[in-house]
Write a protein that binds this ligand. Structure first.
Ligand code: NDP
Length: 453
């Protein structure tokens, strides 16, 4: 018999924590899980899932416009924001319940309480008014939006609030140039909100392939989004109808709402990590080894709280690997290389592997294959949206090092391409693959001419 109340206690009921708790319980561990907000975590409650539903909603404006070229007349189309929010909430509630049910099904005990560590083995369940002990603790508390300090910052919203606005503003300014800023700019614009994106650097989506960044910025502008680079919001003041915003270029503008999407910070404050002796880095992320183990041998951490690759499927994989390693006798370190990702911008972006710039650093000679074209649908729709596909190939080995796509379903393509690229596919393998016609993705296996820049 263990001296502890639990073999494993998980703090955080998001994707990573729930997966770890569920698999550990299936291996026979006595598991407790606690969550202070809602089970499902950021991705399900106020991230990937509701965001994608909003992206679908915002696409209809383009779809109605495209329909005319195919003979359709859509009369009297109108959009009702409260209906979208309410329907989204129903779906989120359904998913949150599934998270709880999946834990209970395997015998894990589910708590709804904030938790703080008292020492490496003792967890204070604040809302329960009691302490529990565990042989091991897994921290999976995720991250939270970060808003820099400036005059008027208290008036801004983040993605957390964007999912619950009472009404859509007529206009919005979105600060940031990462995933969330770009995705929400597309959502608001598609829903008819006059949208401005302000980014501090030279081009949005730093870290992505430069062709993709430039192409997306151009397409967003074509859709009517004002993309303002090299600019930050310096202050904002409330007015009768919204906010007066002052920017670093010495200008002012008026907008109905200001949203900040300037990164996220690990949720480690007030967790009692100091009392347990757990080391964090300068951003507050828990420092872990390849097996998600912290410097305190019985305390582990997975997902965004460790600030490795902050994506839901990565947190899930880390949680699963933790349970396999510790309770399944299958030591598993997560491979963080070649992770495909999508940005649900409009148009969508999907990417896997090295960017052209990274490849040029990594190998001596790089071959680029690139195609910019009109998707077939737009021959009749009249839309001037262009698709971009790019393959980065190591000239010496012929290995495909990266693939970057922008256009409809780019995320779906990146997922499938990532299998080939993880397997080490060469350009010759791509060339030997017969196209599926007519598709956009056939371009990936039919590009033969090297791109001369
Ligand atoms: P990101 O880290 O992607 O982007 C943050 C943006 O804010 C960057 O453009 C950054 O600029 C800018 N920024 C940071 N600090 C400041 C500041 N003080 N003033 C002005 N601008 C600033 O964070 P997000 O919030 O967009 O998303 C958080 C994470 O969530 C992402 O990294 C991603 O891992 C995940 N996510 C994934 C999604 C997906 O898979 N589709 C969707 C949404 C989120 P700079 O580039 O110059 O540093």
């Amino acid at each position: 018999m263990s001296d502890y109340d639990y073999d494993l206690f998980v703090i955080g009921g998001g994707s990573g924590g729930v997966r770890a708790g569920r698999i550990a319980a299936q291996y026979g561990a006595k598991v407790g899980v606690t969550e202070e907000y809602r089970y499902g975590g950021t991705c399900v409650i106020r991230g990937c899932v509701p965001k994608k539903l909003f992206v679908y909603a915002s696409h209809f404006s383009d779809d109605f416009a495209d329909a005319a070229g195919f003979g359709w007349t859509v009369n009297g189309a109108s959009f009702d924001w409260p209906t979208l929010v309410a329907n989204k909430d129903v779906e989120i509630e359904r998913l949150s319940k599934i998270y709880i049910a999946n834990l209970e099904k395997v015998g894990a005990e589910v708590f709804k309480s904030r938790a703080e560590l008292v020492d490496p083995h003792t967890i204070d369940l604040i809302n329960e008014g009691r302490k529990v002990t565990a042989e091991r603790v897994l921290i999976a508390t995720g991250a939270t939006p970060f808003v820099p300090e400036f005059s008027g910052a208290e008036h801004t919203i983040t993605s957390n609030e964007a999912f619950h606005l009472d009404r859509l503003p007529d206009s919005i300014a979105v600060a940031g140039g990462g995933y969330i800023a770009v995705e929400f700019a597309g959502i608001f614009n598609g829903l008819g909100v006059e949208t401005r994106l302000l980014y501090r650097g030279e081009q949005i989506l730093r870290g992505f392939d430069d062709d993709l960044r430039n192409h997306l910025a151009g397409e967003m502008a074509k859709k009517g989004i004002t993309v303002q680079t090299g600019t930050v919001i310096e202050s904002l003041a409330e007015t009768d109808s919204g906010y007066k915003v002052a920017t670093s270029d010495g200008k002012n503008f008026h907008t109905g709402l200001v949203m900040f999407a300037t990164g996220r910070r690990p949720n480690t404050e007030g967790l009692g990590l100091d009392k347990a002796g757990v080391e964090i880095d300068d951003k507050g992320a828990i420092i872990v080894n390849g097996f998600s183990q912290s410097n305190v041998a019985n305390i582990y951490a997975v997902g965004d709280v460790t600030d490795r690759v902050n994506l839901t499927p990565v947190a899930i994989r880390e949680g699963h690997a933790f349970a396999d390693t510790v309770y399944g006798d299958k030591p598993t370190a997560v491979d963080h290389s070649n992770i495909a990702t999508a940005v649900f911008s409009q148009p969508e972006l999907g990417t896997i592997g090295l960017t052209e710039a990274q490849a040029r650093e990594a190998v001596e000679e790089v071959d680029i294959y690139k195609s910019v074209f009109s998707p077939m649908k737009h021959t009749l729709s009249g839309s001037d949206e262009k698709m971009l596909m790019k393959l980065i190939v190591d000239a010496a080995s012929d290995k495909v090092l990266g693939c970057h796509i922008i256009g409809p379903d780019a995320g779906e393509m990146a997922q499938l391409l990532s299998i080939a690229i993880k397997m080490g596919a060469t350009k010759a393998d791509f060339d030997a693959t017969i196209a599926v016609h007519p598709t956009a993705s056939e371009e990936l296996v039919t590009m033969r001419e090297k791109w001369i820049g």
